[in-house]
Design a protein around this ligand. Structure first.
Ligand SMILES: [Fe+2]
Length: 403
């Protein structure tokens, strides 16, 4: 199965640094259970890393009351913004020093968790952020990190990576090291049920993309396949329910579990062309990550339809509980139609209005470079394939054909 240098590199890295699944709490009051674990582990001066919306809307009130009751001396850093920058992380490190903090407790989406990872590591490593960026640059053990994921999609709570923007170079910096993995994580349904519909849809489709890109990666292993397939099953079944019925705690919990498993699968296999293209679209037009992925996903599945026919057929048989071998081509096609229908059912648009034809060449060049350097994709794209996908994103035609 291993046919690419990137797949070989990922498999070798997995043997050396297979990340552990962090201990995770799900459901009602999961945030308090996580805080309880942190306090019982000896932390008394945590830095809470979050955004001002969550703080000012009272979402952290029970947490702060609990920590006060436990006698903790709490510092709060509430300056997290989408796509956090070096300046945001520097301010967080400064808050750690001022509060003499002994741990980091993040509450938020991928941006808060990514920033908290780097804040926790930079606080114990005497390096500039520029020197900490990259692969395996963390020498000293970071401050203990606990994370509460308030969206179900990024998978950051279970990955060994963080992405921080450098506003000087206008580039996203990847920080990758097993030491970035949180000690423990929580998906609290009391917080997840307040996630608005478009965020539920976008982050859920992002998690589904993680699962599918991992399931078709050439670096997959039996263990990553199992986690990715379970994630597909959970998200396909429960995302439409969570979208239609936001207060449905069971659906929220099942989507969160799917996101968690998808994140753990892709941190071992890496991703694919949906992410390679969506990262460039987000860089050009500031499109939300989940939305860009959700719009691109059916197009990239069609590009991979022949190369991944048996993969998609396996997932379709799993979802229909069909044990007969059947016609793999028909099953693969049915699976792609199923993902189309899922995107429709959660309000994902067929097109992205901001994408401009004049940017196609630059997006294609950078997307192919990202895929070449980071992903073990099942079939190589050419620039013309990316242009075909971008054209279909502009016209809104999901049933794209490749020459
Ligand atoms: Fe993603």
């Amino acid at each position: 199965m291993i046919r690419s240098p990137m797949a070989l590199a990922l498999r070798a890295m997995n043997r050396l640094f297979t990340p552990e699944k962090p201990l995770t709490f799900f459901g009602h009051e999961a945030m308090i259970k996580l805080a309880d674990l942190m306090v019982r582990s000896g932390s008394k001066r945590p830095l809470i890393v979050t955004d001002s919306f969550l703080l000012q809307n009272g979402m952290l009130d029970t947490l702060l009351a609990f920590l006060k009751q436990e006698g903790c001396d709490v510092s709060i850093f509430e300056d997290i913004v989408p796509n956090p920058t070096f300046a945001v992380v520097e301010a967080g490190i400064s808050a750690i020093r001022t509060g003499q903090c002994d741990s980091v407790f993040a509450v938020g989406g991928g941006s808060a968790i990514d920033a908290a990872k780097v804040i926790a590591a930079a606080s114990t490593n005497k390096k500039s952020l520029q020197r900490l960026a990259g692969i395996l640059k963390v020498r000293e053990t970071p401050l203990p990190l606990y994370v509460v994921a308030t969206t179900s999609g990024t998978g950051s709570e279970v990955t060994t990576a963080a992405v921080i923007s450098d506003t000087t170079t206008h580039k996203k910096n990847f920080f990758v090291d097993p030491k970035y993995l949180p000690i423990a994580a929580a998906f609290d349904t009391d917080l997840l049920t307040s996630l608005p519909g478009p965020m539920t849809a976008g982050t859920g489709m992002d998690a589904l993309t993680h699962a599918l890109e991992s399931f078709t990666s050439l670096a997959r292993t039996p263990a990553t396949e199992r986690d990715a397939a379970t994630a597909v099953r959970l998200i396909v079944e429960f995302l439409p329910i969570a979208y239609r019925d936001p207060e449905n705690a069971r659906a929220r919990e099942m989507v969160a579990l799917g996101s968690f498993l998808a994140g753990y699968a892709f941190t071992r296999t890496s991703l694919g062309y949906v992410h390679a293209i969506s990262h460039q679209i987000s860089a050009h037009y500031n499109t939300p990550h989940g939305l860009a992925n959700a719009v691109l996903l059916p197009r990239v599945l069609r590009f991979n339809e022949k190369a991944c026919r048996d993969r998609f057929a396996t997932l379709e048989r799993m979802l229909t509980q069909d044990s007969s071998p059947g016609d793999a081509a028909q099953q693969a096609s049915a699976f792609i139609h199923r993902i189309d229908a899922l995107a429709d059912s959660v309000g994902i648009p067929a097109r992205l209005e901001d994408v401009q034809q004049s940017d196609f060449a630059a997006i294609a060049k950078d997307a192919l470079a990202e895929a070449r350097s980071s992903y073990a994709v099942p079939k190589k794209m050419r620039k013309s394939d990316v242009a075909t996908i971008l054209d279909s994103v502009v016209t809104g035609n999901r049933s794209v054909h490749f020459g």
